[in-house]
Design a protein around this ligand. Structure first.
Ligand SMILES: *[C@@H]1O[C@H](CO)[C@@H](O)[C@H](O)[C@H]1NC(C)=O
Ligand SMILES: *[C@@H]1O[C@H](CO)[C@@H](O)[C@H](O)[C@H]1NC(C)=O
Ligand SMILES: *[C@@H]1O[C@H](CO)[C@@H](O)[C@H](O)[C@H]1NC(C)=O
Ligand SMILES: *[C@@H]1O[C@H](CO)[C@@H](O)[C@H](O)[C@H]1NC(C)=O
Ligand SMILES: *[C@@H]1O[C@H](CO)[C@@H](O)[C@H](O)[C@H]1NC(C)=O
Length: 582
């Protein structure tokens, strides 16, 4: 029998799981009681599949329990009457229709006239996390997919990626404080920010690139966030990494661009809350410059400034000050961070040149300040011609769209339409039978979703609007379910349930978690709502396999262009508030 009651004895202790259901409550049985020592058994019928478990035992006397073979003692109440025992790593999985038992041995003191020892014990299955399924906002009747729900869930995905000290408003019950001691080479506080993907590295380059794309979506399609009730959540969403980007700027010409070591991090499968490996940090300086990453930080902060300037002028002004300084650093000390820091992010998010970021950062600073010098820099770094696409490492097309917007010049329009000629059917970007444009098979959907967003902004600016909107919608709809399955965790029909994502693959704390959580066959215990997975391979195949980090990982940069595309009011309301039609 599953009892969905809050057991008050649990709350004698720090109340970690007050909301988790108790699977079974039993009494201590087979008791031998010597007045100062006792032995007994706890036998639990298992009535559902268990992954990670906790037993709270409440005695009628203060006791001193011995360790047993099955569990470790996790916590003890101040009066020694209540013990919380947690499964050992080797013993976390239990199948329905079995029983699990353990011997309980302890010492205590009573007079012979006192009643004998007794105990009740409640088992909590830590596969549960108490996370409430987000309430689904009302869909627009004429729409195939509920865009409001996608926006809400995508923002929740970013919340699950938070590193550092979580605020009391945290909505992800299976996440706690983590990596609180992340620091710079002189002890500067570098806690906070987002974990990059399914791992726990903090990579400034893609992080800042994600923030720029999200801020752009907020600036461009603010109506949609407001109409779907997500505006405040969205501000919180990008404020979190923006604060970290400012922390990372530890000196005028000094910028931290990574925390954590790739190899050490990737050898650990578990929760960020449990990490113990060294987390070195890496910075660019005058001697080790990185105009690519610096200009991207400047872009994120300048677009963040625009997003926040009316809402929180003081915060926005701080962002702009940092953005100006960092862009000046990028200009004066030019170089690529891959060359300057070859042992770090270069292996994961390498960059071969910085012109695209200098163009992009300059354009955002021009939009933020109106100062011509930034427009001049932006134009100077632009390379005429068509683009590969928009990604964490390539902002060429994004910059062209901004330059077209601010100058109205035909040369930018020509490069943008030329790029989309390549991307549309009949161009040089291959298509799957499903109709998905597949630029690159490592995270295929994010590249396409980024371009869907770029197409929607180009459409706003009057370039082939009907065609670009229809194309963007067709691509986003494939991610949302047009092939018969959703590629967004916790959304739509047959969504991925085994994303390559460490923290959601673990049972609830305090159950131990390790490599076994990667290889086990069951769904991730926690639903990582809103995470867009990598997506189909070059052959069009896809497997919901946790081990596959090309097709089934999630990442901050995967969701950024995707979320901004979904936020287009043309998609959401079908007919834009101010009159655009599909
Ligand atoms: C546990 O013991 C109490 C007190 O003797 C009894 O009322 C209760 O029914 C027992 N519960 C179970 C599950 O055996
Ligand atoms: C576990 O087994 C019980 C009894 O057969 C059944 O009612 C229940 O649905 C099963 N639960 C799960 C989660 O499989
Ligand atoms: C609880 O047990 C510890 C030893 O394990 C002992 O030091 C402490 O005094 C006990 N407290 C109570 C209230 O019994
Ligand atoms: C830095 O910029 C100067 C002037 O534009 C250029 O000559 C030089 O090649 C650049 N250095 C690097 C490493 O890109
Ligand atoms: C620039 O972007 C703004 C905001 O989307 C839009 O209102 C304006 O029409 C655009 N201008 C051009 C020339 O594209």
């Amino acid at each position: 029998m599953t009892l969905f009651v809050a057991v008050t004895l649990i709350c004698l202790l720090p109340c970690l799981h007050a909301s988790l259901p108790v699977m079974e409550t039993v009494n201590l049985t087979g008791i031998h009681d010597w007045g100062n020592r006792f032995e007994g058994m706890l036998v639990f019928p298992i009535v559902e599949d268990v992954y990670g478990w906790e037993v709270t035992v409440h005695f009628n006397y203060p006791v001193i329990l011995q360790r047993n073979a099955e569990t470790t003692i996790n916590r003890i109440s101040a009066d020694n009457r209540t013990y919380v025992l947690v499964n050992k790593l080797s013993d976390g999985s239990k199948h329905n229709h079995t029983t699990t038992s353990m011997t309980i041995i302890g010492r205590y003191n009573r007079l012979t006239s006192d009643p004998p020892i007794a105990a009740t014990a409640a088992l909590v299955n830590l596969i549960h996390d108490g996370q409430v399924t987000p309430s689904t906002p009302p869909a627009v009747a004429s729409e195939k997919y509920n865009y409001a729900e996608v926006l809400e869930k995508s923002i929740l995905f970013y919340e699950a990626q938070r590193s550092g000290k979580l605020p009391s408003t945290n909505r992800i019950p299976w996440r706690g404080d983590s990596a609180l001691t992340d620091h710079g080479q002189n002890g500067e506080d570098l806690s906070g920010g987002w974990y990059d993907a399914g791992d726990h590295l903090k990579f400034g380059f893609p992080l800042a690139g994600s923030v720029s794309m999200l801020a752009w979506g907020l600036i461009e399609f603010k109506d949609a966030y407001a109409a779907t009730g997500q505006l405040d959540n969205m501000y919180d969403c990008i404020r979190w990494p923006l604060e970290w980007l400012m922390k990372a700027h530890t000196g005028r010409n000094e910028l931290y661009v990574q925390v954590g070591d790739g190899d050490l991090d990737h050898h650990f499968w578990g929760r960020p809350e449990d990490m113990t490996m060294a987390r070195p940090s890496y910075k660019i300086t005058e001697d080790k410059p990185g105009s690519d990453v610096a200009a991207e930080y400047a872009a994120a902060m300048a677009s963040g400034y625009i997003a926040f300037k009316d809402k929180e002028p003081a915060f926005a002004a701080k962002l702009l000050t940092h953005a100006r300084e960092i862009y000046a650093f990028a200009l004066e000390y030019n170089g690529t961070y891959s060359k300057s820091l070859p042992q770090s992010a270069a292996q994961f998010y390498g960059s071969s040149d910085y012109d695209d970021e200098m163009c992009w950062g300059g354009a955002w600073l021009y939009l933020a300040t109106g100062e011509d010098k930034y427009l001049t820099h932006s134009k100077n770094y632009n390379h005429p011609g068509t683009s590969w696409g928009q990604s964490w490492g390539n902002k060429d097309i994004g910059c062209k769209v901004l330059l077209h917007n601010v100058t109205g010049e035909d040369r930018y329009a020509a490069d943008i339409t030329g790029t989309f000629t390549n991307w549309m059917p009949g161009g040089n970007v291959p298509y799957l039978n499903s109709g998905l444009a597949l630029r690159n098979e490592w995270g295929s959907l994010r590249h396409t979703a980024n371009m869907a967003f770029i197409a929607l902004v180009a459409a706003e600016n009057g370039l082939n609007s009907a065609e670009y909107r229809a194309w963007a919608k067709s691509q986003i709809h494939i991610a949302l379910g047009d092939t018969g399955r959703s590629f967004v965790v916790g959304f739509g029909v047959n969504p991925p349930s085994h994303p390559h994502h460490r923290s959601s693959s673990c049972p609830m704390m305090p159950a131990p978690c390790s490599q076994e959580a990667l290889s086990r066959s069951g769904s991730n215990p926690h639903t990582l709502y809103g995470g867009l997975v990598g997506g189909p391979s070059r052959e069009g195949s896809y497997k919901d396999n946790r081990q596959d980090y090309q097709q089934n990982e999630v990442a901050c940069d995967y969701n950024a262009g995707f979320q901004s595309a979904v936020a287009d009011t043309c998609l959401y309301l079908h007919i834009k508030l101010s009159g655009c039609t599909l």
